[in-house]
Design a protein around this ligand. Sequence first.
Ligand SMILES: [Ca+2]
Length: 397
Amino acid sequence: MMFRVLLILAVMALPIAASAEQPTAPVVPESQVATQDEEIAEEVAKSSFFMGAELFTGFRFDSTENDSFNEFTLDRAELTAGFDQHGIGGFFVDFEVVRSAAPNSLIGIDGNSLVARLKKGFAFIDPELGPGRLIGTLGVVPDPWVVTIEREFDIRGLRPIGSERAGFFVSSDLGGTLGYSIWDEMLELTVAFLNGEGRNQIEQNTGKNTTAVLSVRPWRPQFLGAEAELGLHGIFRDGSIGPGQGRNHRFGGAITFHHPRVSVGTELMFARGTDLRSDVDANVLTVWASGKILDPYLGLYGSFDLTNTDESLDDGAIMTIGGGVFTDVVNTTRRLNWRTLDQGRAAPLQRLRLYVGYVGEQYGDEAGAVPGAASASDLHTFQVQLEARGLANIFIK
Ligand SMILES: [Ca+2]
């Protein structure tokens, strides 16, 4: 087991080593971005409307010991719009597409149609205050942990971050956040007060989820024509869910290192009570890496998740290993202010990326069966996935 884990980590380190050996590879997109950044830096002194869209879609082939299945999938289709008065505030509205039927049901709107619903909709303020910046949001707001780790997670088009994938977080909820960051986000603290029921349910109890997220970004080395950033992140959440106000706490941390050419990180999250059962303690460890060997034509990625679905069981773990290649048809990374697209300062504002890869999942004896395949414990998935993202600003004098 230990050897397998080491082997996985070694394989995941390959893209970093490979990209470091190729310092002369073309970095045209980044240099263009630098010029655009300067132009945009002047422009953001004004107000702007912005509009963006994201699409994650693909084809997957699943195979277990007993059976196989294949389907075309749509993991995300989102439309974002908002207004930003630089240094004062604005608002942000984000619609997503979801299946209208409940899980394991086929009866929704006109069959099981894909329908649009609000994912995020909030007003924000972001004035300079003292040595730093105050950031407040109110409405259907992004979860402060998901949004913090997601912006460092370069393969979001392929899969969610580990703790969201394990069901420990939903990406938005009703409530408000208050944050303060200093020294260009080198130190940042965000506190959130949320209903705790997620965006698909009204409040069920009097308790509010109180979350604190602390990020330290102490090191920003320059290499391969761009700036990288090391991030150390921690979270504590006092939470509750449902009419019975069952416990739903979280604590954990993550280490991230992000560069336009290389992205690696690890996240460890503990749940004391899950959304479904307040008496269950669970945890998940995730390690990921992605890197461009020939920018922008060829990149490699890998991920490893070890989910302990119930700490009281001897073999309640699910191990997931993924890896493959990607190519960027279009990719520009601009540093604009965090509101403009999903609060992602390092989020690519234009990207068209194609992934081809494999995911293997192994369910422990007490972790249940592969969903939808009773008595199967191993799931092999081959997938082709397209990630498309774009954002435009309309500046107002
Ligand atoms: Ca609540």
